[in-house]
Design a protein around this ligand. Structure first.
Ligand code: SF4
Length: 203
């Protein structure tokens, strides 16, 4: 697995001035991101804010965003980025946040995203959080990652809907809502965890 970006972030990027690198790391784990869309209607219901993180180890054939495979691609994700996203989510017409990439569920990205998830749920408990991943929910995430991932259970406590599975070119279907290939599922995470079986989001 590739290593996450170890690039130092200029202190002025943060709202508070931090001179100690350890303090900065504590504030936000290191991660890069490719883009933030303030108005996105393609990746979840309603008008949403979307964050495209950097780093993906799946390398699906004909991936829609191959530049984001590199964990070093794009800009540093900082506490300023979090404040920005929280602000973008403010208008009533914004129905929620979508995480995609890259893969937000890569273990190091989960850690980096936790402060954002906490901030968004606290500020807007009524807005939904969707997440896209190349991992399978039951096979990969609820397996070893669930047992050994340091923040996986906490990370998923904030996710309402997970679109899971790698993009498979041979199963590509442009008619599918919110996903690229027929193997991918749109999973209600909290309901699935509660029931102990996959519960799908009604499309
Ligand atoms: S999981 Fe998503 S970002 Fe990663 S290679 Fe597959 S399609 Fe691309």
């Amino acid at each position: 697995m590739q290593k996450p970006c170890m690039k130092k972030v200029p202190n002025e990027t943060f709202g508070m001035v931090e001179t100690d690198d350890t303090k900065i790391k504590k504030e936000v784990e290191e991660m890069n991101y490719a883009d933030i869309k303030k108005v996105d209607v393609a990746n979840g219901p309603g008008v949403r804010v979307s964050l495209f993180v950097s780093g993906c180890t799946h390398h699906c054939k004909n991936c829609f965003n191959p530049e984001t495979w590199d964990f070093h691609y794009g800009k540093a994700f900082t506490s300023f980025t979090i404040q920005e996203i929280v602000e973008y989510l403010k208008p009533d017409y914004i129905k929620g946040l979508t995480l995609l990439g890259g893969d937000p569920v890569e273990p190091q990205n989960q850690e980096a995203l936790l402060p954002l998830l906490e901030a968004v749920k606290k500020a807007y408990p009524q807005k939904s959080i969707w997440c896209y991943t190349g991992y399978d929910f039951d096979k990969d995430i609820l397996g070893e990652m669930w047992e050994n991932g340091s923040v996986t259970k906490t990370f998923f406590s904030y996710i309402d809907v997970l679109v899971d599975g790698e993009f498979k070119e041979e199963l590509k279907d442009l008619g599918l809502k919110f996903k690229g290939s027929a193997n991918q599922r749109t999973i209600l995470v909290q309901e699935s965890l509660e029931k102990g079986e996959i519960v799908l989001y009604p499309l």
